[in-house]
Design a protein around this ligand. Structure first.
Ligand code: CU
Length: 159
């Protein structure tokens, strides 16, 4: 009874599945797109005033109305309209400047372009006695004297 018992037990039970890949927990929640600290430069394009500004002047019996009481130094065009029932005109005087429109009949209008420096100007009607009747007002010229390309911040206190 020779029995060859070759018991070949190949127990190849290797712990093959040891690779418990931990790679599963990779939170793909990458911290979002850079929430850039509000440096949003939305330049409020202030249409800077051109060098020549317009001031409307209304002449009535007997008052003088300016659309602006304060302007910056520079060249200004006064658009003068006689809305009264008498002849009127506009004269501006101050800081060595003295200019006036021609006398305007009721309904007429005229332009007067004046270069103004800092200072106070008297604006009045030079027609007989109208000034004393109330046709006078004041115009203040102040602020930045630079008429150049001064387009920085909006509060340039140039002196
Ligand atoms: Cu007048």
């Amino acid at each position: 009874m020779a029995t060859t018992l070759m018991t070949l037990v190949r127990r190849n039970v290797g712990p093959g599945l040891a690779a418990g890949a931990l790679a599963g927990i990779l939170v793909a929640c990458g911290g979002g797109n850079g929430n850039g600290g509000g440096s949003t430069t939305s330049a409020p394009e202030q249409s800077g005033k051109p060098e020549t500004t317009q001031v409307d002047v209304k002449l009535v019996d007997f008052k003088m109305e300016l659309s602006e009481r304060t302007v910056q130094a520079g060249t200004h065009t006064f658009v003068v309209k006689n809305d009264g029932h008498h002849d009127h005109a506009m004269e501006i005087e101050g800081s060595g400047t003295e200019q006036k429109t021609r006398t305007l009949a009721p309904g007429e209008s005229s332009h007067l372009t004046v270069s103004l420096k800092d200072g106070k100007y008297e604006v009045y009607c030079p027609v007989d006695g109208h000034k004393d009747l109330g046709m006078k007002t004041e115009l203040t010229v102040g602020g930045t004297a630079s008429t150049g390309s001064d387009t920085h911040t909006s509060n340039g206190h140039g002196y």
